[in-house]
Ligand binder design. Structure first.
Ligand SMILES: Cc1ncc(COP(=O)(O)O)c(C=O)c1O
Length: 457
């Protein structure tokens, strides 16, 4: 078959051999990272200086004294000071297969051979087509969505989704979403986000209507009744119902199918577009999409993803096709990121991660079991309400106060485990667990969590 020079270069045996050699080189160093360790005195000062520079240049310090060295091994990451942490937050949920995974290193290296680093909507390369096609196939399997528009991050994917919904609804303004939602950092996504500390001094546009999220103690129709009140008041000025299938930054609170279905049925009966923000849940809940895990796929008109896909994307049904000019932008994603994203999706599909007994749900059960065991033994009552979906797990530590949560995060970090906070009243700690974590790694996490909690109890 005729092929371009670009194809010949990508597929040549010599290119493959060179890539294999580079991956071998990375692995020869990576495999020497085999567990948590403290800093190397010869490297400590260098990292401290670089971290200070970051704080000065961007005017705000980093949350953690973290600067990756560029090498890791599975869930372990080496920092510039030579220390090694057990990374259970993964860049807030980006590195699904942990650090220095050979297949992902290889895929991004192959992307780096491209003539260009960034691809865009005017002049895409072949990876743009392949990645879009792959996502289109994955989303079409169990939903009505057939189209994919790439974006550089989750926030931009959400901005595209909002414009698509508003255009379809002829300029309607109001967005219905949940209390404690998180949607990103642009001006409008900050408004959708329900965290006052993220918008100090920022004007409100009053375009968001809120619903209480699921609570097992609430009367069954509580949220539906609030939804009906909003629709009675705002009618045709509502452009969409946008929701995270599980509250993310808002506290890792999962809800049942029975909670969602009446809300979705009502929105559908009123012609209100339904948009699932799966930026954090995508690939993590035992299916590609949490709307599949929850059995609500048929209702979704628009869905946004990013993080583990290494790139943002907005997906939508044929009824939501945007008019010319609505979507665009210079960047759509970098070639290494698109190649790595494709490899990740392929691995998830082919290597037993999905399904109720797949690797993701096995890790979920084991991790929750570990937290519950601590909560009933050595850390009695100090690690409550362990829960979440799949590889997104959170627990309420100590007294659930902000001070204790922050102190515990810092103490865990000092002891070698990196995770992050979520929620408020109670303040929780959350883990975005990589899909390659082993039982041995979970036992390492257990020891560090136990030690850190007892230091603060
Ligand atoms: C549910 C949700 N929506 C949107 C975003 C924003 O994505 P990004 O940070 O890639 O812009 C995030 C990021 O954490 C998220 O969790």
């Amino acid at each position: 078959m005729a092929s371009t020079l670009g194809q010949q270069m990508r597929h040549s045996a010599q290119t493959a051999q060179l890539l294999d050699g580079l991956v071998e080189q990375v692995l020869s160093f990576s495999k020497r990272i085999d567990g948590v360790k403290g800093p190397d005195s010869a490297c400590e000062a260098g990292m401290a200086k670089d971290i200070q520079t970051i704080g000065q240049v961007r005017s705000r310090p980093l949350f953690y004294n973290y600067l990756g060295s560029g090498l890791g091994n599975g869930p372990y990451v080496e920092l510039e000071d030579g220390s090694v942490k057990l990374d259970l937050i993964n860049g807030i949920g980006v590195h699904l297969f942990g650090h220095s995974h050979p297949r992902i290193v290889r895929a991004s290296l192959s992307g780096a051979l491209s003539d260009v680093v960034q691809q865009g909507n005017l002049a895409p390369n072949v990876e743009y087509a392949q990645f879009s096609e792959q996502l289109g196939r994955i989303v079409a399997k169990n939903s009505r969505m057939r189209h994919v528009w790439l974006a550089t991050c989750g926030t931009m994917a959400n901005e595209s989704a909002l414009k698509i919904a508003r255009q379809k609804m002829k300029g309607a303004r109001m967005i219905i979403t949940f209390k404690n939602a998180f949607a990103g950092r642009s001006t409008l996504m900050t408004e959708v986000t329900d965290n006052p500390s993220f918008k100090v001094g920022i004007p409100q546009y009053d375009e968001v209507l809120r619903l209480p999220f699921y609570s097992p103690n609430d009367p069954p129709d509580k949220t539906l009744n609030v939804l009906k009140e909003h629709v009675a008041k705002h009618g045709k000025n509502i452009c969409c119902f946008m929701f995270e299938p599980m509250l993310g930054e808002g506290g890792y609170r999962a809800a049942t199918r029975e909670f969602f279905v009446p809300l979705l049925e009502f929105c559908r009966s009123q012609g209100i577009p339904i948009w699932a923000d799966e930026i954090q849940t995508f690939t993590r809940t035992g299916n590609f999409f949490a709307f599949e895990t929850l059995g609500i796929a048929e209702y979704i008109d628009i869905c946004t993803i990013a993080k583990t896909a290494q790139n943002g994307a907005t997906m939508f049904t044929p009824e939501f096709k945007p008019d010319p000019g609505l979507l665009g932008g210079t960047f759509s994603g970098s070639t290494p990121a698109l190649r790595a994203g494709m490899e990740i999706l392929k691995m998830i599909e082919e290597e037993g991660y999905l399904g109720p007994d797949g690797k993701i749900m096995q890790i979920h059960r084991e991790f929750i079991g570990m937290l519950n065991e601590l909560n009933t033994t050595t850390c009695k009552g100090l690690l409550r309400e362990a829960g979440g979906m799949g590889l997104m797990v959170a627990v309420t530590p100590l007294d659930g106060s902000k001070d204790k949560q922050l102190a515990l995060l810092k103490s865990l970090y000092k002891n070698g485990l990196m995770c992050f906070g979520c929620g408020s009243d109670p303040y929780r700690i959350r883990f975005l667990i990589p899909a390659i974590v082993t039982s041995k790694d979970i036992q390492v996490a257990k020891k560090i969590i136990e030690k850190s909690v007892l230091e603060l109890a």
